[in-house]
Design a binder for this molecule. Structure first.
Ligand code: URA
Length: 258
């Protein structure tokens, strides 16, 4: 059964309920209230469409495919107008780890799948080096539409605004609420500032496993595209080693669960 968009507050409550039921089962006692590592942890913000915008019909069922179908019609901000399609997350329903990037890139926008372009190849390589099989994880983004500006024939990536991230939060909450992962890995500042704290500094606080209302562990590390932007081969190799080392800490958590 679908909820009509004219009752957005009720629809949002459904998503928040999804998130909160995940919180009830996933949150370790005391997590989110007194973090041990100095990183502020708070309840996530209410997902909010941009002014004059609205969410589409939202499913009551807690299945990824139903939420994916609904997200395809999202009009909660203007990004859908210039994107090819909504790029929802993908991966195993039983995934214990959810990776959250910023937004789809040009390749992902055309393919309709997250992390299938150059940044995705870096992620794949790092996952393999850390001993994590990409087939066993779930990969998604904080924002589900490609934001770009034209430059000749090229489409150049543009950073999403806070309000675009907030509008898109509904879908990410639904994904995390349905999957109930053990670990959420934020790839880059946009995801980390949305999911951990607005003041989070990836350069200073990367690689730490933080208890969170979202999952027993949340970690932020660099975005794989930052490795592609390293000034030379030596810097790229160094950055990759650090990225793999962060992912190895995630692999250790997963191994301890088995
Ligand atoms: N960068 C992201 O943050 N996400 C993608 O899916 C691709 C590139």
């Amino acid at each position: 059964m679908l909820i009509h968009a004219s009752v957005v507050p009720i629809a949002i409550s459904a998503a928040v309920e999804t998130r909160m039921s995940a919180t009830r089962t996933a949150r370790p006692s005391g997590a989110g209230l007194a973090p041990s590592n100095g990183v502020p942890s708070s309840e996530p913000p209410e997902p909010t469409p941009e002014p004059g915008h609205r969410y589409p019909h939202l499913p009551e069922t807690k299945t990824l495919s139903a939420w994916r179908d609904a997200a395809a019609h999202c009009r909660a901000c203007d990004l859908w107008k210039t994107a090819t399609q909504t790029v929802f997350g993908e991966g195993r329903r039983t995934a214990k780890v959810v990776f959250v990037g910023e937004q789809p890139g040009g390749k992902e926008d055309l393919a309709g799948r997250p992390f299938v372009g150059p940044a995705g190849r870096v992620l794949d390589e790092a996952l393999a080096a850390a001993g994590i099989d990409r087939e066993t994880v779930y990969v998604t983004n904080a924002v589900k539409h490609f934001k770009w500006r034209p430059s000749g024939k090229r489409r150049l990536h543009e950073k999403p605004t806070r309000s675009e991230v907030a509008a898109c939060r509904l879908w990410l909450d639904a994904e995390i609420g349905i999957l109930k992962p053990q670990v959420v890995v934020c790839l880059g500042a946009t995801a980390a500032q949305a999911l951990i704290a607005p003041t989070f500094k990836v350069t200073q606080q990367r690689g730490k496993l933080i208890p969170s209302p979202l999952a027993p562990h949340v970690m932020a590390t660099v975005h794989p595209s930052s490795i592609l932007r390293a000034p030379d081969e030596a810097a790229r190799a160094r950055e990759m080693t650090l990225f793999v080392s962060d992912l190895k800490a995630v692999a250790k958590v997963i191994r301890a669960l088995n």
